[in-house]
Ligand binder design. Structure first.
Ligand SMILES: [Zn+2]
Length: 76
């Protein structure tokens, strides 16, 4: 997978997980041009699938580590 870093607007508290409505920490940009938003929990859950269809994944779940419970540091 080729990750292209594009200047994307940061996720805010107004961005909500498409699955559960919690605050979103991942923005998944699809090849079709669409976007999906996920909370850290669902971002992790769907990550393997998302990596197959996403052209870019903006992962801001790292911000959780300083403000809430520690996130799993399985990569990076
Ligand atoms: Zn969620």
């Amino acid at each position: 997978m080729t990750t292209v870093l594009t200047p994307a607007s940061p996720l805010t508290a107004a961005d909500r997980c498409d699955r559960c409505g919690a605050q979103a920490y991942l923005r998944v940009v699809l090849a079709s041009g669409g976007e999906l938003l996920f909370c850290a929990h669902h971002g992790r859950k769907f990550e393997p699938e998302l990596k197959k269809i996403a052209v870019d994944i903006q992962d801001e779940s790292g911000r959780l580590a300083t403000t809430a419970a520690p996130a799993n540091t399985d990569e990076r």
